[in-house]
Design a protein around this ligand. Structure first.
Ligand code: SAH
Length: 343
């Protein structure tokens, strides 16, 4: 049976007309599944019993469901979310005093091989469907209301997976999240984080979604970045930078560069110089991410002194810089720690 939420509004209209219904019924059904987040046909109370029966015999709805919840001592909540075929992804709710952020996954596992990330140790099993991405947002929105009394305010595609390698579904999910007739959240509060695939960054800019872009840079020295993130050998830093210039030109929005500082890896003067150089002709701000250890190995050590040196150098050169504090590390919910560990 087809999942009702895989249909476009046009396909939905076509299906309803083929049942002998008036076409306006399609917008009622759309409203139930994408705005009211109905997860069963019984809930659709303004549809006739007969239509609900027809829908039931042709379609199903496969919601993603929370399988396990872990709560950090800092208030961060990690959800293991079960998909209809039994696969699991993790999504995180990160509350602060003024906002609630949902960190959502875009793939089961990840196709990439970043050495410092626990998700990379899992094979990519499949891409998430549009509804599975939207469901994570809806679940966390409800969780935010329950735990903080506030609605969800921000969404970051920084969970499991590389969003730009599930491009059509991520784009469609963003459209659903920001559609005034669906979840109606502002795209300005959505950030897509990518490990950097130049062609796809430009394609995302062309979609005119009005979302924010973050690039996981971690080193502006090409051979070092290639060691840290081996898949990136496929692209030069020059190509990546050009795609960021394109992004800024097309969208007008400033790009965030995500950057961890590791002892013995990217904590030298030449690393800072290379970053300053990279920031030269592109509109960026730098987000220094506190590294969350995922085991022993060469990335074991975050260099706090070097982080301070980076911050000073960036500030001196008028490049905006912020520090992302680690959240939820005690329950393996922090950046780079999502690995279905306790399941
Ligand atoms: N694939 C996307 C989104 C997922 S990762 C991307 O690469 O951007 C989200 C962020 O967490 C990225 O900036 C990533 O580099 C960072 N990250 C991964 N492992 C980490 C770790 N162990 N500690 C801190 N940040 C990490």
């Amino acid at each position: 049976m087809t999942d009702l939420r895989k249909l476009s509004i046009e396909q939905l209209t076509e299906a309803l007309v083929s049942f002998g219904e008036k076409s306006f019924r399609a917008s009622q059904v759309y409203d139930w599944i994408w705005a009211k987040n109905a997860r069963s046909f019984e809930e659709m109370s303004n549809l006739s019993l007969e239509l609900r029966k027809k829908l039931t015999s042709h379609f199903d709805i496969n919601p993603a469901e929370i399988h396990q919840v872990q709560i950090s001592k800092d208030g961060t909540i990690k959800n293991a979310v079960r998909l209809h075929d039994g696969f699991m992804v993790e999504s995180v709710m990160i509350p602060t005093s003024e906002r609630s952020t949902a960190c959502v996954s875009s793939q089961v596992g990840c196709s990439l091989d970043c050495e410092f990330c626990a998700t990379a140790k899992l094979k990519r099993m499949r891409n998430l469907e549009v509804a599975e991405i939207v469901d994570q947002v809806v679940l966390i929105h409800r969780q935010s209301l329950e735990f903080t009394g506030r609605p969800l305010s921000n969404i970051v595609f920084m969970g499991m997976g590389e969003p730009l390698m599930n491009f059509p579904n991520v784009v469609e999910a963003i459209r659903k999240i920001s559609d005034p007739k669906a979840l109606a959240m502002s795209p300005r509060r959505i950030t897509v984080s990518t490990s950097g695939i130049p062609k796809m960054i430009m394609k995302l800019a062309d979609e005119k979604l009005r979302v924010n872009l973050a690039l996981s840079l971690h080193s502006a020295i090409e051979h070092k970045r290639n060691d840290i993130m081996p898949f990136s050998k496929a692209f030069s830093l020059e190509e990546i930078k050009n795609s960021l210039i394109y992004w800024h030109r097309e969208t007008g929005s400033i790009i965030t560069l995500e950057y961890c500082v590791w002892g013995g890896i990217n904590d030298g003067k030449e690393d800072i110089e290379a970053l300053l150089d990279f920031c030269q002709d592109v509109m960026v701000k730098v987000n220094i991410i506190q590294y969350n250890p995922i085991g022993e190995g060469k990335f074991a050590r975050r260099n706090i002194d070097a982080e301070a040196q980076y911050i000073r150098a960036l500030e001196k050169n008028n490049i905006p810089v912020t520090v992302r504090r680690s959240r939820g590390a005690d329950i393996d919910a922090a950046c780079g720690q999502l690995a279905n560990k306790n399941l």
